[in-house]
Design a protein around this ligand. Structure first.
Ligand SMILES: [Zn+2]
Ligand SMILES: [Zn+2]
Length: 416
C-alpha cells in the first residue's frame, strides 16, 4: 500500500477527522436541495474558526470567505453536497442508512475535502495575498424546474443568480476519479467534462384503421426511421475523431395494435466536448433530418432543443501553473500529477462557473491500486480509497495558493 503520511500542511493529522466527517455524511446521504443535515455537519465541522458563513444558498448551500492578510485576487473553491437516488449495496460500517439514497458520486468526499482545505487555508490566512471564497453547493445532480423557466435550471446557475461569483477571479473544483489510482491527480487541458443538450421531438400524423394505412399518416414508422437518421447525424456529419454522442432515451406513442398512430414523442440527449457542436451543428442537423422526414412522409413535427450543461473548460494557464506546483512537491508525498487526454462526456454543473470565470477542475485519483477493480461513479457499490481525501485537500490548497501567489509573474492574471 502506498503511504501518504508525508503530505504537507499537517494534512495527515487532520485526515482522521475528515474521514469521520465523510463517513457520517455517507451514512446519512441526502438528495439535491434537501441536504439540511449535511449542511449542519459542515457548519459543525467549521465551528470555532472566525469565519463568516452564509447558509441557505439555494436552500442548503453554504458560502464563506477567508480574508488573506494581503491584497490579491479572489479564488472560489467549490464542493458539491448531494447524493443520488440509488440503493447502496456495500456492506461497510458506514453504509447508507437512508433507503434508496446513496453517495455514489463521491460528493461526501468532496465535502470533506473542502472542509479540510478551508481549515488549512484559514490557518494560512496571515500569509495569503488575496481571498478564498468557498462554496458548498447543493444539487449538482439535479436541475430544478421553476414555474418561470422553460426548462429545469441547474443548482450552479441558481448559485450564480445569487451573485456568488461577484468579485471572484477564478474558480476551482475537483471530482473523485475512479479511473486513476489514489495518489494521482489528473489535469485535462481544455474541455474537461462534456456539455449536453436535450431535445424533445413530437411527430404529428393522422390516425386511421390499420387495414387502411393509405388514409392515415403513420408516426410510428416515421419514428422508426427517425431514430436511425438521428444516429446518422453522429456518424455522417461529425468528425469521427471528435467525441460526441446522441441518445434517444424515451419514446411514447400509439394507442392500439391495429390503429395507425397519429402522435409520437421522443426525448434524447446529445453530448460533446465542443460547445459549437452542441449549440449549432447538432441543432441544425436534427432540424434538417426532421424537415426531410416530414416532407417525405407528409407529417408535421415540433422540435424543442435546450442546452442542459455547457462544456466544462479548464483554463490552460491555470492548469499549467498548478501542474508545475504539484509536481514540485517533495517526492515522499507520493503524489503524481499528470496531464491527461482522457475524454469524458459526463456532465458537471461546475461548467456554469467556468463559462463565466477562468477555472480548473481536477480529476482526483481514488481507486486503491491493490484491489485491481475500478468501481465506477453512480454504481451501487461505489466506494473510494479515503487517502484521496488528504490528497484532495492538498491539491485544493496548493492550487488556490498557486492562483494567489504565482511566482513567475506575481498573481496569475487570468484576465490577460
Ligand atoms: Zn454524479
Ligand atoms: Zn459528481
Amino acid at each position: 500500500m502506498t503511504e501518504f503520511s508525508k503530505l504537507p500542511h499537517q494534512i495527515p493529522t487532520l485526515l482522521p477527522e475528515l474521514i469521520a466527517l465523510r463517513r457520517e455524511i455517507h451514512r446519512f446521504p441526502e438528495l439535491g436541495y434537501q441536504e439540511y443535515a449535511t449542511a449542519k455537519r459542515i457548519l459543525n465541522a467549521l465551528q470555532g474558526l472566525d469565519l463568516e458563513l452564509q447558509p441557505g444558498i439555494v436552500d442548503t448551500g453554504i458560502v464563506g470567505v477567508i480574508e488573506g492578510n494581503l491584497p490579491g485576487p479572489t479564488v472560489l473553491l467549490r464542493a458539491d453536497m448531494d447524493a443520488l437516488p440509488i440503493q447502496e449495496s456495500n456492506d461497510h460500517s458506514f453504509v447508507s442508512q437512508n433507503p434508496g439514497v446513496m453517495h455514489a458520486c463521491g460528493h461526501d468526499g468532496h465535502t470533506a475535502i473542502l472542509v479540510g482545505a478551508v481549515k488549512i487555508l484559514h490557518a494560512m490566512r496571515q500569509n495569503l495575498p488575496g481571498r478564498i471564497k468557498f462554496l458548498f453547493q447543493p444539487a449538482e445532480e439535479e436541475a430544478r424546474q421553476r414555474p418561470t423557466d422553460l426548462q429545469p435550471v441547474s443548482a450552479a446557475s441558481q448559485v450564480i443568480e445569487l451573485g456568488v461569483l461577484d468579485g471572484v477571479d477564478a474558480v476551482l473544483g475537483l471530482h473523485l476519479w475512479p479511473d486513476l489510482p489514489v495518489g494521482a491527480i489528473g489535469i485535462k487541458p481544455g474541455a474537461a467534462m462534456g456539455g449536453s443538450s436535450w431535445f424533445r421531438i413530437t411527430l404529428h400524423g393522422k390516425s386511421a384503421h390499420a387495414a387502411r394505412p393509405q388514409q392515415g399518416l403513420d408516426t410510428i414508422t416515421a419514428v422508426a426511421n427517425l431514430i436511425n437518421m438521428l444516429q446518422l447525424v453522429v456518424t455522417r456529419s461529425i468528425d469521427p475523431g471528435v467525441p460526441v454522442l446522441l441518445n434517444v432515451g424515451t419514446l411514447q406513442g400509439g394507442y392500439r395494435r391495429n390503429v395507425v398512430a397519429d402522435r409520437v414523442e421522443l426525448t434524447g440527449t446529445v453530448r460533446a466536448l465542443d460547445q459549437y457542436l452542441l449549440d449549432v451543428v447538432f441543432k441544425e442537423r436534427i432540424n434538417d433530418v426532421l424537415e426531410g422526414l416530414s416532407l417525405a412522409l407528409g407529417i408535421n413535427h415540433n422540435l424543442e432543443y435546450y442546452s442542459e450543461v455547457p462544456v466544462l473548460m479548464n483554463d490552460n494557464r491555470f492548469g499549467e501553473a498548478v501542474y508545475e506546483r504539484l509536481n514540485s512537491l517533495p517526492s515522499e508525498t507520493n503524489v503524481t500529477t499528470l496531464i491527461t487526454n482522457e475524454n469524458t462526456l459526463t456532465g458537471e454543473d461546475f461548467a456554469f462557473y467556468t463559462q463565466r470565470r477562468p477555472g480548473l477542475f481536477l480529476y482526483l485519483g481514488c481507486t486503491d491500486p491493490s484491489t485491481n477493480t475500478v468501481i465506477p461513479l453512480h454504481n451501487p457499490k461505489f466506494n473510494f480509497d479515503e487517502n484521496a481525501i488528504g490528497i484532495g485537500v492538498m491539491a485544493m490548497v496548493e492550487a488556490a495558493v498557486t492562483l494567489l501567489t504565482h511566482k513567475k509573474k506575481g498573481p496569475l492574471d487570468l484576465a490577460e
